[in-house]
Design a protein around this ligand. Sequence first.
Ligand SMILES: Cc1cc2nc3c(=O)[nH]c(=O)nc-3n(C[C@H](O)[C@H](O)[C@H](O)COP(=O)(O)O)c2cc1C
Length: 223
Amino acid sequence: MSDAGDSRPEADRRLRVLVFAASLGKDSMNAALAHLAARHAARHGAVVDLASMREFDAPSYDSELEARGDIPAGALELNRRLTANDAFVIASPEYNGSMPGLLKNAIDWASRCRPQPFHERHGLLMSASPSMGGGNRGLWALRIPLEHLGARIFPDMFSLAVAHKAFSGETIADPRLQQRFEQNLGAFLDLAEAAKNYPCIKKAWVEFLGEPPDMPADRMETA
Ligand SMILES: Cc1cc2nc3c(=O)[nH]c(=O)nc-3n(C[C@H](O)[C@H](O)[C@H](O)COP(=O)(O)O)c2cc1C
């Protein structure tokens, strides 16, 4: 997309997207899906920052560490990489019908940074699993903390079932499924790119849950 009235260099207008899999496994199916997403996003015109979950790994959240200002390096790195990008794609395994603990822990730590890095960032969730459900339940669980933090999570999510048999080389063997994957990712990238370059919707929203508006309850920077 281009806008004759916008003098920003083309590079500034390109969507920057962080892509990572929430798995530490060397042969991770979700890492394979994240790589596929990264390649397709680059073909789609985005500037891709492909990360490894190892970069964001952190010890369990500990309020004593936080009180001392000892935010783990992995949490600071996740905050830095989210902030440097306009959008994010997470390929997450499903563990016991939910998200992996290491991902929730990384989200919890990063949520303590200010400005809170998930707020108003666009996100796409995907999963791969050997099961028939493709890890989709885990993504519904993952939506909750991310939406709670004000991330704009794309309504359509992609879950790859029987993932240990689904790949052919670096793509999805079934061409219709590969096409569905590309459509889902492309629709997300187009929406995030439009939100970056053509902001036209009311961005601020207020959720009143009866909490006093102060630091322990706030999830974002307040003026
Ligand atoms: C603790 C644990 C719980 C799991 N629970 C589920 C589950 O609820 N649903 C599912 O589809 N797969 C489950 N699995 C299997 C994972 O989907 C499988 O290990 C997958 O390969 C993990 O993704 P990765 O290859 O990207 O690391 C579980 C695996 C572990 C280790």
